[in-house]
Design a protein around this ligand. Sequence first.
Ligand SMILES: Cc1cc2nc3c(=O)[nH]c(=O)nc-3n(C[C@H](O)[C@H](O)[C@H](O)COP(=O)(O)OP(=O)(O)OC[C@H]3O[C@@H](n4cnc5c(N)ncnc54)[C@H](O)[C@@H]3O)c2cc1C
Length: 393
Amino acid sequence: MLIIGGGNAGVSLAGRLLRYHVKDVAVIEPRSRHLYQPLFSHIAGGTADAFEAVRLQSAVMPKGAVWIQDKATDVSTGTRTVLLESGSAVTYEHLVVCPGIQNDWTSIPGLKQAMEGPHGASNYEYELAPKAWKLFKDLTRGTVVFTQPPGPASCDGAAQKPMYLACDHWRRQGVLQDIKVVLAVSTPTIFGMDLIDEELNRKIAEYGIEVRYSTELAAVDPEGRTVELTNTVTGTSETLGYDVLHAVPPQSAPEWLKSTELPAAGSRGGFVEVDPVILRHPRFPSIWSLGDAASTLNSKSGAALRMQTKVLAKNLKAVLRGRKPTTTYNQYSACPFVVSRNTVVFSEFNDAYAPMPTIPGWDNLARERRLTYIAERILLPRVYWNLILRGRA
Ligand SMILES: Cc1cc2nc3c(=O)[nH]c(=O)nc-3n(C[C@H](O)[C@H](O)[C@H](O)COP(=O)(O)OP(=O)(O)OC[C@H]3O[C@@H](n4cnc5c(N)ncnc54)[C@H](O)[C@@H]3O)c2cc1C
């Protein structure tokens, strides 16, 4: 059993497969450190330290799994082989492809340079998140522009979290009224679910945030410190000066993956083609995929892949024992919107953005609450390191 990618999906799947007594589990993962991405938003917003989001990869790799510290560069479905950057190759009986998503910083003119300059930051890169908090913390007046790209993206709503955290900080410092906050979102509403939109719009009004709907970042001039925003409905453009730019990049499948046989012909983003319910490749039955790299229909998130891990592990176990894969993924996803330094609005939804509350019929977690902040900020990281990565949650 070979897994490409030892991130959230790969490690938790390896842990679960070993618990199911699947033999010969190997994970290809080039990095020496494992990152817990949901904490990046807190690092950018000043409610977590950077070290909290990192562990050694060797410490999170499940006991019994073989770690191949290398990078996959191609998959040969004919010979059932994964080619590695080092020049060697690994054969597989079954292959799970989960190398995550790629941040396309160069797809918008000037964006990469702006991030490298003194006024740009992002919670979508571990190195740029502490820089965001440094910029927010010291700001007492000026204009801050936040951007959320069109999907597919990893946990789309995470683009907004540092904004709410920063606004709450500025409000506590008594400077919020001197800071113009502009958010550009590509969607016509703030999220897309009535109840969540209602909660987020209330916070947006409270903080005095100016939202540009159906709007995308078209270009950045890092020298002149301006962004060009384009409204995708009217086609009009606006040039806006900024003191701080917090940007989230457009995203797509990792480059090497796009050029394999695994995505569907002409697919958007180049993600691995899978049956979105069974999580098996429709053309190559020995290949499976989950997490951010899979072309499932749900909004990509750790919450979604936690469900997917259970489904994929059960289906794989069934196939290895000569049975049919019958466990189905119900398209659940979730996004905890951190809307202040001690509250969260917790959205749970399916691929059509219909509510999927954990407790059916009880949508109270979708209201702004302290309880969900404690769950998201304090409990969940512990559950992640100690249970999810071990395939136990
Ligand atoms: C800022 C931010 C905030 C988020 N907040 C939340 C949240 O609050 N709640 C939530 O549920 N989700 C959240 N998410 C989403 C969640 O983190 C992802 O959905 C999840 O990490 C995806 O897991 P994955 O294993 O598919 O990808 P990753 O965790 O990114 O892991 C992919 C792994 O594959 C490895 N890899 C890459 N290329 C290769 C290769 N060629 N060969 C071998 N290995 C390779 C990488 O090194 C990496 O370790 C957030 C994401 C971000 C970026």
